[in-house]
Design a protein around this ligand. Structure first.
Ligand code: ATM
Length: 224
């Protein structure tokens, strides 16, 4: 198995990330299968680790709740959305993510600030690099040990999302937007300093889960 090489992170992030826990993040476009994979991973990893499952947007902070309530109705401008995700994340880091890492837990996240980089760069036009930087510098968001990008074509993603939600949303605008979101995620894996692993998420749920699971276990064992 090939593990990502440890790339050099900015001095600030190395210093602030001294904690005994592990942080693994799953990202991808809609329909990539993140949520189903996270569910299975929690079950498997809980046998040997103290696992905390988290997701963003949260359904705990006032900002996460506002996103969940108003975003699907199209009530938020791209700038308002960016700002709300930022505030929700600030709350999340302070109240859930950092305490869990400091308590030595293995934290599994269904989306994190890389989603803001990918989605909000497309909606606002602000480069993803700048969005990631704001999350790192303004929030001091802990760096994940590994960011798994569950990569799938937009066609497959939309088809899966359709099976799950039962509503077809194939306007050109939607397809075009998701193509750009996927490109942003893939560009991050090449140009950002984080530890990314791209997983072919067109495979079955079991295959994808097994690949992510083995990578996590292998990584965690080697860090001890
Ligand atoms: P889920 O697909 O994980 O339920 O996330 C809900 C939406 O939130 C998803 N969008 N669609 N369509 C991605 C979006 N999102 C952002 O746009 N920015 C963020 O920072 C996060 C965490 C999620």
């Amino acid at each position: 198995m090939t593990l990502p090489k440890r790339r050099t992170l900015p001095v600030n992030s190395q210093r602030r990330d001294e904690h005994p826990g592990f942080l693994f993040v799953l990202e991808g476009i809609d329909g990539a299968g993140k949520t189903a994979v996270v569910e299975l991973l929690v079950e498997l990893l809980s046998r040997n680790y103290d696992v905390v499952r988290l997701r963003e947007p949260t359904n705990e902070s006032q900002w996460g709740l506002e996103i969940r309530e108003r975003s699907p109705k199209g009530e938020l401008t791209p700038d308002e959305e960016l700002n709300l995700f930022h505030l929700d994340r600030q709350w999340h880091v302070e109240n859930r993510i950092r305490p869990a890492l400091e308590a030595g837990k293995l934290v599994l996240m269904d989306r994190y600030f890389f989603a803001s980089g990918a989605y909000q760069s497309v909606s606002t036009g602000i480069p993803w690099k700048e969005i990631l930087l704001r999350n790192r510098e303004e929030i001091g968001a802990p760096e994940p040990n590994i960011i798994f990008i569950l990569d799938v074509s937009v066609e497959v993603g939309l088809e899966r999302a359709l099976q799950r939600n039962g509503t077809k949303n194939e306007q050109f605008e939607q397809v075009d937007r998701l193509i750009k979101v996927r490109e942003a995620y893939l560009a991050m894996t090449q140009e950002d300093d984080g530890m990314y692993v791209v997983v072919d998420a067109s495979k079955t749920l079991e295959e994808v889960t097994s690949e992510v699971y083995s990578t996590i276990v292998h990584y965690a064992k080697n860090q001890k």
